[in-house]
Design a protein around this ligand. Structure first.
Ligand SMILES: Cc1cc2nc3c(=O)[nH]c(=O)nc-3n(C[C@H](O)[C@H](O)[C@H](O)COP(=O)(O)OP(=O)(O)OC[C@H]3O[C@@H](n4cnc5c(N)ncnc54)[C@H](O)[C@@H]3O)c2cc1C
Length: 415
């Protein structure tokens, strides 16, 4: 792993990384480990404490960490032994064993952040524009700073400003459904409910969607029973008007890029709770009832036609955003970064970078396709027999519980 105490040689190439989350930190750590100078520029002013999402782990994620010299298997989350699907009445529709560790976005973030030196991590830097020449690239930030480097990596997520500069035709598309989410202290869940739900990935089917939940590490990455969080999400079909309504705050403002949870209209939260009481299994209703402040997000996807644009390269969600059902975003970001570091530092880097781009384009396209398959029954189905057959297939409880955020995703990706 990159050694935060050893400074690369000043004459080594200098990479500007825009975005200091998963993909950006992986790039920073991997390039420093190869002796390059890296500075990360992150829009957020504060530490990116927790974005709340639970992360289902699988071999690819462990492999990516191992490539960075770390074995995280033992310590990165809460063990899940299997999966179970309930219907609205609480009847068990399916059950299977699937051993997996459920970690959290915050856990992985904090781990990576501790491996990258503070002096080269620049918070409060929002990229506004960039300019490049044959031998360098300059990033211009909203705070007035401009910085020049040999390469610039766009790791700034689904709505990437870097991608907007180099590939403005790429669009971020609403998938036709949204997600209610919650993250609560496990102690808030009634004990008899927690006994039923703990240590497995729980699904509850619902009309035009599904709910899922699992335990993750609690505050301070605490893995002790009684101190963890229960993480849940409820995917629900909704047209663009309903999305707009939900992204309009109690203050009347529209928040198209994401609504702060304290601005959610109370009547929409109440409507979600009423729908839960009618559509979801009783133990799941208890979890939602115990969640004081649910949060909300639309589900989007995005594909890039190219990843290398002169001296600018796209990675992570800035390159491809697949729907969350695939459970691949973090490992894709990690592999993008690790293999990019290999390509950039290869003796024949132009050829290596071209090969890298082809390989990561194939992977990103496959991940987006796979996410579409999994979400096919949630969005309003296209009216063709083929689509209806596909949607019916992925709505089946045995299929839903097997393929969602699978422990061996490579079995399903058509590369
Ligand atoms: C509900 C949900 C569940 C998920 N579950 C899983 C799972 O189980 N397994 C899994 O592997 N993945 C999962 N994912 C996906 C995973 O969270 C993402 O793929 C991953 O966070 C992408 O990392 P990234 O660094 O590319 O982008 P992001 O995490 O989006 O980070 C982008 C960063 O860039 C910064 N930024 C943006 N614009 C600018 C700018 N102009 N200038 C400077 N900085 C900027 C942002 O502040 C942010 O810090 C899930 C996602 C969701 C939404």
């Amino acid at each position: 792993m990159g050694n935060e105490t050893t400074e690369p040689h000043p004459s080594a190439p200098h990479v500007l990384v825009v975005g200091g989350s998963m993909a950006g930190l992986f790039c920073g750590v991997m390039l420093r480990a190869r002796g390059w100078n890296v500075d990360i520029y992150e829009r957020a002013e504060e530490q990116l404490a927790s974005r709340g999402a639970g992360i289902a782990t699988h071999d690819e994620l462990y492999d990516a960490f191992e490539a960075a010299g770390v074995d995280l298997r033992a310590e990165m989350g809460v063990r899940s032994e299997g999966r179970i699907v309930f219907d609205a009445a609480g009847k068990v529709l399916g059950e299977c064993a699937m051993h997996q560790v459920m970690t959290s976005w915050g856990f992985v973030y904090r781990f990576l952040r501790s491996k990258f030196p503070d002096a080269h991590y620049h918070s409060g830097h929002t990229l506004e524009r960039l300019s490049q020449s044959a031998d360098g690239v300059t990033a211009h930030f909203a705070n007035g700073r401009s910085v020049r480097g040999d390469w610039l990596v766009g790791a700034d997520g689904t709505r990437s400003a870097v991608r907007q500069a180099v590939l403005p035709e790429a669009t971020v598309d609403y998938c036709g459904y949204f997600l209610w989410r919650g993250l609560i202290d496990e102690a808030a869940v009634p004990p008899e409910v927690l006994r039923q739900l703990a240590h497995r990935l729980v699904f509850s089917t619902s009309p035009r969607g599904h709910w899922l939940g699992y335990l993750v590490a609690g505050p301070g990455d605490d893995l002790r029973p009684g101190h963890r969080w229960y993480n849940w999400g409820w995917y629900r079909r909704a047209d663009a008007d309903a999305l707009r309504q939900h992204l309009t705050g109690s203050d009347g403002r529209h928040y198209p890029l994401g609504i702060p949870h304290d601005r959610l209209q109370p009547q929409l939260v109440a409507a979600m709770r009423r729908a839960a009481a009618a559509e979801l299994a009783p133990p799941v209703q208890a979890v939602i009832a115990a969640t004081p402040q649910p949060f909300f997000q639309g589900i989007y996807e995005m594909s890039s036609a190219r990843l290398v644009h002169g001296r600018v390269v796209l990675v992570g969600d800035a390159a491809f955003t697949a729907r969350p059902h695939v459970g691949l975003g973090v490992s894709k970001a990690a592999v993008d970064a690790t293999t990019l570091a290999d390509a950039l530092t290869a003796p024949q880097h132009a050829q290596a970078l071209a090969a890298w781009e082809q390989q990561r384009l194939r992977y990103g396209q496959a991940a987006v396709r796979w996410g579409r398959e999994l979400g096919s029954y949630i969005k309003a189905p296209a009216d063709t027999p083929e689509y209806r057959a596909k949607a019916e297939h992925y709505a089946r409880p045995d299929v839903l519980m097997t393929v969602t955020a699978a422990s061996e995703p490579s079995r399903y990706l058509e590369l």
